[in-house]
Design a protein around this ligand. Structure first.
Ligand SMILES: *[C@@H]1O[C@H](CO)[C@@H](O)[C@H](O)[C@H]1NC(C)=O
Ligand SMILES: *[C@@H]1O[C@H](CO)[C@@H](O)[C@H](O)[C@H]1NC(C)=O
Ligand SMILES: *[C@@H]1O[C@H](CO)[C@@H](O)[C@H](O)[C@H]1NC(C)=O
Ligand SMILES: *[C@@H]1O[C@H](CO)[C@@H](O)[C@H](O)[C@H]1NC(C)=O
Length: 486
């Protein structure tokens, strides 16, 4: 099994009608425990280098910061530590360097407790105090973000150079009855403070998993339409005169086609900029069959359904709006230690990144940057987990323009292709080998715009070694990242 990112150099950009076939020599990442005497199976990966089928945004790579306190536990395991945006050690050099390494990166602040978080500013009629474990919705009392913590977070965002998407509390003022209207006053004061301090916010999001039947709480779609319009009015008023206003993102829930369509049509042209959804398609973190699902091509392909429906919905009913994956942790209730924080999860993560891009999503927010069992960084040590490197290689190689790539011969090999990052004359190919028995010999059938130069650079996850093969022009190189250097 291996995940391979390759970077193929082209001489020229413009169109060549003659397909060029290239053989990629197979490499081993998990040195075979399985001794296979069968000859390698030849599969053809067809890539059309002449047409862009989708485009991703500058902030496609995205990770979340959540609000869960250390007392958050699932199935008897407490996996958050001090990884909440309220208590994370923002001065930790590992954290700072790891985040800097992933830029351009967007951080999305949100999660279940965002709808129980108030902001310590303005005419707040109650004290700004930390959340406590209770029997309330989501297991905690109301929390509060005070402005000194918000200032510290923004210093961290500026220092590391990340973009920020902030999930607003959509249950404010209707904690007892979700059918009531959203009270926007606390959000108004908070956004006004943010503008006064010149903090750049890429997107304001309204609510977390309150769409459809909701998770814990749900808001009827007709009410949500009014609430989003109210947020639009707030943003337009507070950012009046700005040439670029922050995006409005909603509903950040699970995809319910009918509900989403009503939200999009009910709000209408230019009110919602981004329609976002969450992905926890592998089931509960406690499940024992997660690895089987992660390595099962039919299971992975099921997610293409919602990706396709969302894309079609936007094309037909809301061409003004982008699609985002606002939060994706794979397995809900904090993931599963030694699965969602292990190398095997890269098979899911890399495949999701590829699929999200192919279906025109302009951002994919991985739950989480840190915290739970699915962090790119370990919540206790801040050391990178394997998927940190998947993200790093993705951002190093995969450019904005997505090309079609199809695999012929065996569905255990999956392929995604983009124009290379920072080099419009190259194509980067992500190959995911899900098989534990088959050795593949891959023919790349590329319809390109110019004769191919045969330089192939390969990056294998989790190693960051850069190797060359074919008629390579340069010697072997190695990418090194020193996260502990200050
Ligand atoms: C794919 O996985 C199989 C089984 O682990 C392995 O033999 C093979 O070398 C891997 N890579 C390729 C490119 O086939
Ligand atoms: C993808 O988005 C672009 C705009 O960025 C649009 O032109 C194109 O039609 C979209 N493709 C699909 C299949 O939705
Ligand atoms: C602000 O909030 C942070 C995090 O919740 C807390 O550690 C700090 O003591 C608070 N500061 C004030 C002045 O209340
Ligand atoms: C190989 O994968 C199959 C499923 O595709 C699984 O049933 C089998 O147990 C795996 N074998 C090993 C040695 O991991």
């Amino acid at each position: 099994m291996a995940i391979l990112f390759s970077d193929l150099n082209f001489r020229l950009l413009i169109c060549l009608l003659m397909p060029f076939i290239m053989i990629l020599t197979e490499t081993h990442s998990c040195k075979a425990q399985i001794i296979s005497t069968a000859p390698p199976q030849t599969v053809t990966v067809a890539i059309n280098g002449r047409t862009t089928i989708a485009k991703i945004g500058d902030n496609f790579l995205c990770a979340t910061l959540d609000w869960w306190p250390p007392e958050k536990c699932d199935y008897g395991t407490c996996s958050w530590g001090r990884a909440s945006a309220l208590n994370l050690d923002l001065s930790n050099p590992l954290l700072q360097n790891a985040v800097r390494g992933l830029t351009p990166l967007m951080l999305r602040l949100g999660g279940s407790l965002q709808d129980k978080l108030i902001y310590g500013i303005g005419n707040l009629q109650r004290p700004c105090v930390p959340q406590k474990p209770t029997s309330d919705l989501f297991g905690f009392s109301e929390g509060c973000l005070n402005m000194s913590r918000w200032d510290a977070l923004n210093r961290f965002f500026q220092l590391t150079g990340v973009q920020v998407a902030f999930g607003l509390n959509a249950l404010y003022g209707r904690e007892k009855d979700y059918t009531h209207a959203w009270d926007s006053t606390n959000a108004y004061d908070f956004i006004q403070y943010t503008i006064k301090k010149k903090y750049q916010i890429q997107a304001w999001e309204l609510g977390n998993e309150l769409s459809g039947s909701g998770v814990g709480a749900s808001v009827p779609v007709s009410q949500y339409v009014s609430d989003v319009k109210k947020l639009r009015a707030v943003i337009d008023q507070l950012y009046a005169g700005w040439t670029t206003k922050p995006l409005i993102v909603a509903p950040d829930g699970f995809f319910d086609e009918n509900w989403y369509l009503q939200l999009l049509q009910g709000t209408g042209n230019q009110i919602i900029n981004v329609l976002s959804r969450h992905i926890y398609s592998l089931g509960a973190g406690v499940d024992t069959d997660l690895v089987d699902k992660i390595l099962n091509p039919s299971y992975l392909s099921q997610e293409a359904g919602p990706y396709r429906s969302m894309q079609q919905m936007l094309q037909t009913n809301g061409p003004w709006a982008q699609a985002w994956i606002g939060e994706a942790g794979g397995a809900y209730n904090s993931g599963h230690h030694l699965v969602t924080d292990a190398f095997v999860f890269s098979f899911w993560y890399a495949d999701q990144l590829g699929m999200a891009a192919r279906f025109n999503n302009t951002a994919f927010c991985r739950q989480s940057l840190i915290g739970g069992n699915y962090g790119l960084l370990d919540h206790a040590t801040f050391n990178p987990n394997p998927d940190y490197y998947s993200a790093l290689i993705w951002k190093t190689l995969m450019g904005k323009n997505v090309l079609s790539a199809s695999v012929n011969g065996n569905n255990y090999l999956r392929a995604y292709a983009h124009c290379s990052k920072g080099d419009s004359q190259s194509i980067s190919v992500l190959l995911i080998n899900l098989s534990n028995t088959t050795q593949f010999s891959v023919n790349l059938a590329i319809t390109a715009t110019a004769p191919l130069d045969t330089l192939v650079r390969q990056f294998e996850v989790p190693m960051l070694e850069q190797k060359t093969s074919g008629t390579s022009k340069s010697g072997a190189q190695r990418l090194e990242y020193h996260l502990t250097r200050t």
